[in-house]
Structure formats: structure tokens, C-alpha cells
Design a protein around this ligand. Sequence first.
Ligand code: THU
Length: 134
Amino acid sequence: MELPPHTAHLLIEQALQARRNAYAPYSHYPVGAALLAESGKIYRGANVENAAYPTTMCAERTALFHAVSEGERSFRALALVTEDGGSPCGACRQALSEFGLDLLILIADKNGNILETLPLRDLLPRAFTPDNLP
Ligand code: THU
């Protein structure tokens, strides 16, 4: 399901703002995310790196975990902003898939240009989901 253009632009704007708070002293690759819940609320996230590198958390999961910890369970779209329009990493695809593969992913560059809009199911084919568990 497509997003109305004004909603898409609002979400990208929120992701751009989130990106400003990224803590990325090691990679110098700040990432911002904005997750639109079915409730209408938007949850933002940025990547937070750590001197012990694997401890780093991605922007998408920061946004997702915040939203879920606030009680949200259904999501409509996630906007992702990076320098070059990078795609969500595998771990973030999996984490997001827990709440539905119809989630719309908007990928934008640092200027807010939307480079791609596609459902999570296209980014994570043949996903392992809660349906696999008894
Ligand atoms: N990063 C994200 O925040 N999201 C992704 O989907 C890809 C990678 C971050 C992690 C790390 O802080 C930096 O980008 C470089 O990998």
C-alpha cells in the first residue's frame, strides 16, 4: 500500500532529523530512521556506535525497539536516511519482519531524495516469521 506523498515526505523529514543525532564516531556513517505506527505516531531512531564495535545498534532497530517498548505492535512504514541511500542491514530486516512483511520501506539519501519504496517482503524473501513457530 502506497503512502500519500505528504506522509512520505513527513517521514523522510523525521528520519533526516533523527540522523542528526546519530552517534557514529567510528564509521562516520550516520543513519536516521522514522517508523510510522498504525496509531499515527512516529518513532525516530539513529545509529549508536560503541568502542566495542559489535555493541553498535542500527537506526532502524533503535526506532523499532522504542516503538515496541511504548506498546506499538503494528507499523505502516519506515523511512531510512543515509549518505548514499544505503539499504537496511539483514539484522534490521529480520527484526522488522517480526511485526509484518507488508511494512513499506522508504530509502532516501542525505538530501531527502527518495531512491526506493518497497515492501519489507521484497527485502526479506522467504522470511522466518512467528508463523514458523508452533
Ligand atoms: N547502520 C544502520 O544504522 N542501519 C543499517 O541498516 C545499516 C548500518 C549503521 C551501523 C553503523 O553504525 C554504521 O551504519 C556503519 O555500518
